[in-house]
Structures are given as structure tokens and as C-alpha cells.
Write a protein that binds this ligand. Structure first.
Ligand code: A3D
Length: 321
């Protein structure tokens, strides 16, 4: 079997961690592209020189020329500015849309058959724009947000309950912004509802709800919490881990059910927009969106989040993209 070729567009903070994670897991040969001269070459050389120590045997290379991503099977895009303290993801729209336009043109020309995972913010709008420019089938274009947001939510639940995070399942749906929707009703620890565990811990329904509400709020603001601490950029280890999990699901045709930014055609009452929903990821990309019934409050929160995505997409179109 030929090794897969994985192109990373953007060799910044997330791109660097992605290259290292992909190499260590030997998911495929890595080709990192960036516009900054020598940056991707330097980062990948540094990573490749650890191959003897880490025990991986795949190629890890860098380039400033789109020609070198020719024939990539998988493309992961992180090109674009990250947030600074006080900024919302939406504040990045104009700058990152310009960048995404050039990236989409490069990928369309050189990796026309690739499956594409986008991480650049504002996420839902960038995925929409990339698909519009390339015309790639919707199943081959998706965004990473929900895997990370869900991992953040699960981590807070594990800390609160004093259990291993490995046993926590919790999902965050909707757009990747302040309106994202952590699904509390289905959050569980090895099948036991988190709300029941909180009620037992505190012996009081109201207190349990208060603790859950605080975790939901922290999840929604988790990206901003990291930005405020780092001061010079946004989270990069965890987004890279999240996209690596998606890449692995695709490369090994795992059929994992993960929350991803996928194109909706009627599911959850939405038609023609990219939003975060549970989907099956396999060899052909997004193989199926898993629609399930939301209760009234969840649906209202989801609709509100979808409206925020629609507004962002409309703003982007008004800007001429
Ligand atoms: P950063 O370290 O600045 O890296 C971005 C890289 O993109 C830099 O190396 C730039 O040189 C490069 N770049 C700029 N323009 C182009 C271009 N036209 N073509 C190719 N490369 C270009 O940022 P980062 O890695 O920390 O973050 C990257 C993006 O991910 C930002 O937009 C963040 O907002 C976003 N992000 C998303 C999440 C999600 O969960 C969705 C989480 C964290 C960050």
C-alpha cells in the first residue's frame, strides 16, 4: 500500500504541532506549505531530525511552492491569522477570507482529489468559502471545531467529577463561535448521565445545574481563555490533536462518529449551510451526517447558532467573497 500524502497549508503554531503528531503516528508523508520563506522547510527539518528518537519513518518536508502538494490525499488548512486578546473569531473574517481564497485556488489546482479539513477561523465561514471556490463535493470538505470543543467540555466534566476523561462522552454542536451548543442531556460518564452524577455529588438539583451551567459557559469561552493567557496567539496543541483524530478516522476508514463542521441538507432543520453536527468519518470523508432529535431548548440554541453562521456567511458574501 502506498503511503498517504498529507499536505498542511499553514506552517504556524497549529501546522507545526500537526506535522509532529502526524509523523509520530505515521499517518502519511507530510508536506507543509507556507508563504513565509524557509519557515516550513525549517520546521519540518527540525521535526524530521527527531525521527530516530521518536521512531517514525515517514517524510516530513516543507515548501513555498504549491506544486509540491501535487497529488495530496488529505489537506489540512491552518493558514490565516489567529485571534489576539479581546478579538472574536469573527473579527478575523476579512483577512482570513482573502487568505482562504488563495489557498483554495492552490489546493484546487494541485490536490483536486483530496479530502480537506479546515481549521482556520472563523471556521464555518472559511469552510463555506473553500468549498464554494473549489467546487469540491461537500463530503470531501469539512471543518474541525467540534472535536476540540467537545474535548474541552469533556475535560471540564472529568475535572469536576474526579473521573478519568477517557470515560467521559460529551458533544458540542453548532457553529464554532460564542453560540456553540454543548449538549448537556447526553453528556455521560460511561453511560451514566453527568447531571445525575452532579446531583448525587451535590445532593441538590439547583446546585448541580449551576455547576453544569458554569462548565457550559467555560466551554463556550474556552478558546478565549487560552488566548487571554497566551496573549500572542490562540490554542494550538489541542486544535492540532483534534484535526489529527479526524485525519486518522479518514485514513484508516474508521467510521468514527465525531462532531464536525459538515454540510447540511435538511438535517437538524438546516439546508445549505456548514455547521457542527455529529458525522461518520471514513475513507470518503464525511460519509453520513447523524441527525437526532434535539429537545426544544437544544433546538432553539442550535437554531440561534445556525443564525450566527448564516449572518457570518452573509457578511462574507457582502465583502465580495
Ligand atoms: P499562526 O501560528 O499565525 O499560523 C498561521 C500560518 O498561516 C502562518 O505561518 C502564516 O504564515 C500562514 N499563512 C498566512 N497566509 C497564508 C497563505 N496565504 N498561504 C499559506 N499560509 C499562510 O496561527 P495558528 O496556527 O495558531 O492558527 C491558525 C488558524 O487556526 C487561525 O485562523 C486560528 O484562528 C485558527 N484556529 C482554529 C481553531 C479551531 O478549533 C477551529 C482553534 C485554534 C485556532
Amino acid at each position: 500500500m502506498n503511503r498517504k500524502k498529507i499536505a498542511l497549508i499553514g506552517g504556524g503554531q497549529i501546522g507545526g504541532v500537526l506535522a509532529q503528531l502526524i509523523a509520530r503516528r505515521q499517518l502519511g508523508d507530510v508536506m507543509m506549505y507556507d508563504i513565509v520563506e524557509d519557515l516550513p522547510q525549517g520546521k519540518t527539518l527540525d521535526i524530521a531530525e527527531a525521527s530516530r528518537i521518536d521512531g517514525f519513518d515517514v517524510k516530513v518536508q516543507g515548501t513555498n511552492d504549491y506544486k509540491d502538494i501535487d497529488g495530496a490525499d488529505l489537506v489540512i488548512i491552518t493558514a490565516g491569522l489567529p485571534r489576539k486578546p479581546g478579538m472574536s473569531r469573527d473579527d478575523l473574517l476579512t483577512t482570513n477570507a482573502k487568505i482562504m481564497k488563495s489557498v483554495a485556488e492552490g489546493v484546487k489546482e494541485h490536490a483536486p482529489d483530496a479530502i480537506v479539513i479546515i481549521i482556520s477561523n472563523p471556521l464555518d465561514a472559511m469552510v463555506t468559502l473553500f468549498q464554494k471556490i473549489t467546487g469540491f463535493p461537500h463530503n470531501r470538505v469539512m471543518g474541525q471545531a467540534g472535536v476540540l470543543d467537545s474535548s474541552r467540555f469533556s475535560t471540564f466534566i472529568a475535572w469536576e467529577l474526579g473521573v478519568s476523561v477517557k470515560d467521559v462522552n460529551a458533544m458540542v454542536l453548532g457553529g464554532h463561535g460564542d453560540t456553540m451548543v454543548p449538549i448537556v442531556r447526553y453528556a455521560n460518564v460511561n453511560g451514566i448521565p453527568v447531571m445525575e452524577l452532579l446531583e448525587r455529588k451535590y445532593g441538590d438539583k439547583a446546585k448541580a445545574q449551576e455547576v453544569m451551567d458554569a462548565m457550559v459557559q467555560r466551554t463556550k469561552k474556552a478558546g478565549g481563555e487560552v488566548v487571554a493567557l497566551l496573549k500572542t496567539g490562540s490554542a494550538f496543541y489541542s486544535p492540532a490533536s483534534a484535526a489529527t483524530a479526524m485525519a486518522e478516522a479518514i485514513i484508516y476508514d474508521e467510521k468514527r462518529l465525531l462532531p464536525v463542521c459538515a454540510y447540511l441538507q435538511g438535517e437538524f432543520g438546516v439546508d445549505g449551510y456548514y455547521v457542527g453536527v455529529p458525522a461518520v468519518l471514513g475513507a470518503t470523508g464525511v460519509e453520513k451526517v447523524i441527525d437526532f432529535e434535539l429537545d426544544e431548548t437544544e433546538q432553539a440554541a442550535f437554531d440561534n447558532s445556525v443564525n450566527a453562521v448564516k449572518k457570518l456567511v452573509a457578511d462574507m458574501e457582502r465583502l465580495g467573497f
